[in-house]
Design a protein around this ligand. Structure first.
Ligand SMILES: Nc1ncnc2c1ncn2[C@@H]1O[C@H](COP(=O)(O)OP(=O)(O)OP(=O)(O)O)[C@@H](O)[C@H]1O
Length: 640
């Protein structure tokens, strides 16, 4: 299939636009063939159908077995290739023995030629089998990792907001980087190599016993015990080492992530030197942990080398005597020594692979834990679609605690009427954002119920709820992409006209017109290229385009200049029309324009009413208003 947009667009351009006088006047006929050739080389990548559900997903615990099961057939194929590879490789010592005993010692050149030819064939067979096996297992490994990456990412999209507050982002990144990496190693080479080495070991043991039982017994009972003791020591020492290595790399990544996302604050507070010192400590601890595992590995491989060489010397001594006594041929002894040298390699390899396996399993269990984490705001079984709402929000006897035992909101009973503009004011830390977080269902109340048009938020599907909610945070996040992508974030299918309408509604049409590529101008991550006022306006345009029934707006605290402020106020007038709006107001000017105002203090609503009512009440709000008026009067005097 041709890539969806490409061919059609070009074909249309060729047919119609050439005469239309549009800026893109079609492809000149002399270039059409080149374009067709180019399109023919485009990859065949139909748009994937993405399935994402908050409630229906694979809940089985992640295990090696269940991951591999769908690829059983491919694995059987790989096993066949491994068998061929191993047998071809181990033919060497047997052929050498035949060459010596029946060729050299019998003086038969014909045998030597045949043996050499078979040797050559076995090497070629080994090379081809190994090549096919590596390519095959690599492909299966990549498919597994692809599926796992998508599964983990999808689950991260599903988890509740609170989870990300509790988990350091750097640690989560290490799930997706170093843990996925160690599983990749396991799937690509680790597992199949374990089979290769285990098979080699079996073939060699069978060959040793076939050549001479007595010599094989010497090998097994004198040499192997040393090998085993060292291996057991190595296993436990390196296991301990790798646990530390994994923890420390996670710390390094966490520190890196934090320093990168806080780069402005770091620069502003001159923390670079201290940050470098901290990172040096983190990286130093990681290096020490790696030093330890390297030391353990070095001691083990040197030790096994010594045992291997000593083993060959013992076999030469015992076997040599047997040759002298006529119990063994020279060819057989040579084959035995050759087999012996391939006997230790698989043991060493298996132990190394055991590390890969351990690392992979540890990563698997961390990823399994992550995948088993149920979102705290999980969708209930049988959750229903929220029908189009008028936008009445009610809190019934609500209590909420981020940390069990320390409630942040208590005894909250409140009804925000449909279409009402409702402002929350109060000191910092009073609980205003928390109230908003319950409306957007970023959290569920610890006790009581939050309803929208009478529906308990926990009974409706998350997507149908969020479709009708608009959220404008204090510090709007801008994603990599164009201004258009950011405005149409909630509705990527919005038409150009709708995007333009949203820009005009919030008054950023003149800003967009000034940009070099208009709405297609790329904006950077976190919107560093836009001012904070412009970012707020862009977020308002985003909300406007989404046309939510209920809008939750956390007003920017940053001081905006009077023009930007006026612009934002005008944008709000358009945006709030006919919608229920909950505004966390940081400026009294905003609160004053609301239909009703709630003063929040210590997790409770202490005053509730319109601006005039609250001023008349003479309580906390009236005090705030009086202070604000004095300030405003002061500013006016200063201006005069
Ligand atoms: N994720 C969290 N985990 C634990 N405690 C939290 C969390 N978020 C907020 N809190 C605490 O809950 C209380 C209420 O916080 P909230 O953010 O609702 O206040 P606020 O009135 O919106 O303040 P501000 O005007 O500064 O945004 C505060 O004491 C705060 O420290």
């Amino acid at each position: 299939m041709m890539g969806a947009g490409g061919g059609g667009a070009f074909a249309a351009a060729r047919g119609g636009a050439a005469q239309s006088g549009l800026p893109f006047a079609g492809i000149p006929p002399e270039l059409q063939k080149k374009v067709d050739d180019l399109l023919a080389t485009e990859p065949d990548t139909p748009a994937p159908t993405v399935e994402f559900s908050h409630s229906r997903y694979d809940r089985r615990r992640l295990r090696l077995r269940t991951l591999l099961a769908p690829h059983a057939l491919a694995l059987v194929g790989a096993f066949g290739l491994v068998l061929l590879e191993t047998l071809a490789l181990q033919a060497g010592p047997v052929l050498t023995q035949i060459g010596i005993d029946h060729g050299i010692r019998a003086g038969d050149k014909g045998v030597l030629v045949v043996v050499a030819a078979i040797y050559l064939v076995s090497i070629v067979a080994n090379v081809y089998a190994a090549r096919a096996r590596v390519a095959w297992s690599g492909r299966v490994g990549e498919r597994l990792m692809y599926a796992l990456r998508v599964r983990v990412f999808s689950h991260l999209q599903r988890l509740d907001v609170g989870y990300f507050t509790g988990e350091k982002a750097g640690r989560l990144m290490s799930r997706m980087t170093s843990d996925i990496e160690s599983l990749t190693q396991l799937f690509h080479e680790g597992l199949i190599q374990m089979v290769v080495q285990a098979l080699t070991l079996i073939v060699v043991v069978v060959a040793l016993f076939t050549y001479d039982v007595q010599l094989a017994m010497v090998t097994l009972f004198v040499i192997v015990p040393f090998m085993l003791v060292m291996t057991v020591w190595f296993r436990s020492a390196s296991d301990r080492g790798y646990v530390v290595v994994r923890d420390r790399i996670a710390d390094v990544l966490a520190h890196l992530q934090e320093s990168l996302s806080g780069v402005r604050i770091v620069a502003a507070h001159n923390r670079q030197r201290q940050n470098v010192a901290e990172h040096r400590n983190e990286a130093g601890s990681y290096r020490e942990a790696n030093d330890y595992t390297a030391k353990v590995g070095a001691a083990y491989s040197a030790g096994t080398e010594v045992v291997g060489i000593a083993g060959q010397a013992i076999i030469l001594l015992v076997g040599g005597r047997m040759v002298l006594d006529g119990e063994l041929t020279v060819g057989q002894l040579t084959a035995f020594v050759l087999f012996l040298s391939t006997f230790f390699a698989p043991i060493q390899q298996l132990v190394n692979l055991y590390n890969t396996y351990q690392k992979g399993q540890a990563s698997m269990s961390k990823l399994a834990d992550l995948l088993a984490t149920e979102p705290l705001t999980a969708e209930r079984d049988g959750a229903v679609e929220l029908p189009p709402v008028d936008g009445e929000i009610s809190f019934e006897d609500v209590e909420f605690a981020y940390v069990p035992g320390t409630p942040v909101l208590t005894d909250l009973d409140l009804t925000i009427r449909a279409g009402e503009v409702f402002a929350l004011v109060g000191a910092t830390g009073a609980g205003k954002s928390t109230i908003a977080n319950l409306v957007t269902r970023f959290y569920d109340p610890t006790r009581g119920t939050v309803r929208i048009d009478g529906h308990d938020l926990r009974d409706v599907t998350l997507s149908s709820l969020r479709r009708q909610l608009g959220i404008v945070p204090q510090e709007p996040f801008l994603f990599g992409g164009s201004i258009r992508d950011n405005i149409a974030f909630a509705r990527p299918d919005a038409t150009d006209e709708e995007v333009a309408e949203a820009c005009a509604a919030v008054g950023i049409d003149d800003l967009v017109a000034r940009l070099p590529q208009g709405v297609d101008t790329p904006c950077h991550e976190r919107g560093v290229s836009l001012s904070s006022g412009e970012r707020q306006l862009l977020a308002l345009a985003r909300a406007f385009l989404a046309r939510p029934r209920v809008l939750v707006l956390d007003e920017a605290t940053s001081n905006l200049d009077l023009r930007s402020e006026a612009k934002i106020e005008r944008a709000l007038d358009t945006l709030l029309e006919g919608r229920t709006a909950i505004i966390i107001a940081h400026r009294l000017a905003t609160a004053m324009r609301a239909d009703r105002i709630a003063v929040v203090d210590g997790g409770r609503i202490v005053e509730l009413g319109s601006h005039d009512e609250l001023v008349a009440l003479g309580g906390e709000y009236a005090d705030m208003y009086a202070t604000w008026e004095r300030h405003a009067a002061g500013e006016r005097t200063a201006e005069v």
